[in-house]
Design a protein around this ligand. Structure first.
Ligand code: SF4
Length: 280
């Protein structure tokens, strides 16, 4: 997911929607006429929330999680979106390169979950690295560590990893999927010494209680590669996307957490030596 916010659905100079054509897509990318392609939902040209500096953020189509609070319900289907090549993406990136450089920024692959298209994103990041462009990957971490994922991580400067819930049962309730692969992925990044920022959404009824916060705080305290931990406030700004797709918003009526609830989670993390910032 991208930082906990809806991706804009219309072009307004800072984001661009993509066509809705459907194309078969493999787990890692599609080969079209011998050329590797990715499936993109949209891009944000001047993002400021997904990594350092100004970022060219690419929202890739497809996600394997089914988060109850998903702000971008329209990114779930892997086969939807615009089919793009590495050259096309690099051309768009080069057009804004000077802004990215001046701000100490770079490019970020978000989604959806870009790790579903690891082969394409890895090749894109490799091309970006050849030109000295900083790369960040915003992922849920629900993945098997394939050679394509290994290659992608090698050419990624910064990982933005979402930890939804450390308790497997609660994770399944919240996202529809077990968390084993996510936690393994986090430990693997730690072993690699990969620079990582953690994002954790604070949702009343799911992650505001002491046990949940203790489990998460303890898990994070065992990772030595974390540069930043952020607590994101739950909100329902993406609810309209569920409705426009004819779906019922699952967390209808769930309140936005109070400042006190966020600080409560923050204080529990601190007991485990994890300094978390409150954002959103
Ligand atoms: S990880 Fe969850 S919040 Fe992010 S896009 Fe997937 S379902 Fe939505």
């Amino acid at each position: 997911m991208s930082v906990f916010r809806p991706i804009p659905a219309t072009r307004d100079g800072t984001s661009s929607p993509v066509g809705s054509r459907r194309e078969r897509n493999s787990r890692d990318g599609t080969v079209r006429g011998g050329e590797l392609t990715g499936n993109l939902h949209s891009v944000e040209t001047f993002g400021t929330l997904d990594g350092p500096g100004i970022r060219f953020v690419m929202f890739f189509q497809g996600c394997h999680l089914r988060c109850l609070y998903c702000q971008n319900r329209d990114t779930w289907e892997v086969g939807d979106g615009r089919s793009v090549t590495i050259d096309q993406m690099m051309e768009e990136i080069r057009a804004v390169r000077s802004f990215l450089d001046r701000s100490g920024g770079g490019i970020t692959a978000s989604g959806g979950d870009p790790i579903l298209q690891a082969r394409f994103v890895g090749a894109l990041f490799e091309a970006a690295k050849r030109e000295g462009i900083n790369t960040a990957l915003d992922t849920s971490g629900l993945t098997v560590i394939t050679p394509a994922v290994e290659r992608l991580i090698e050419v990624t400067d910064l990982i933005l990893l979402d930890i939804k819930h450390v308790d497997d049962k609660r994770h399944r309730e919240l996202t529809g999927r077990p968390n084993r692969l996510v936690l393994e992925f986090a430990r693997w990044l730690d072993k690699l010494g990969k620079r990582t920022w953690i994002r954790h959404v604070v949702v009343p009824g799911f992650t505001t209680d002491a046990t949940s916060a203790q489990m998460t705080g303890e898990f994070l305290s065992n990772l030595s590669n974390l540069e930043r931990v952020e607590l994101l406030r739950y909100h329902e700004m993406g609810k309209h996307k569920w409705i426009s797709l004819g779906k019922r918003y699952p967390l209808e009526g769930t309140p936005v957490p109070s400042r006190a609830q966020l600080e409560y989670v923050q204080a529990i993390f601190a007991r485990y030596g994890v300094a978390a910032a409150i954002s959103g």
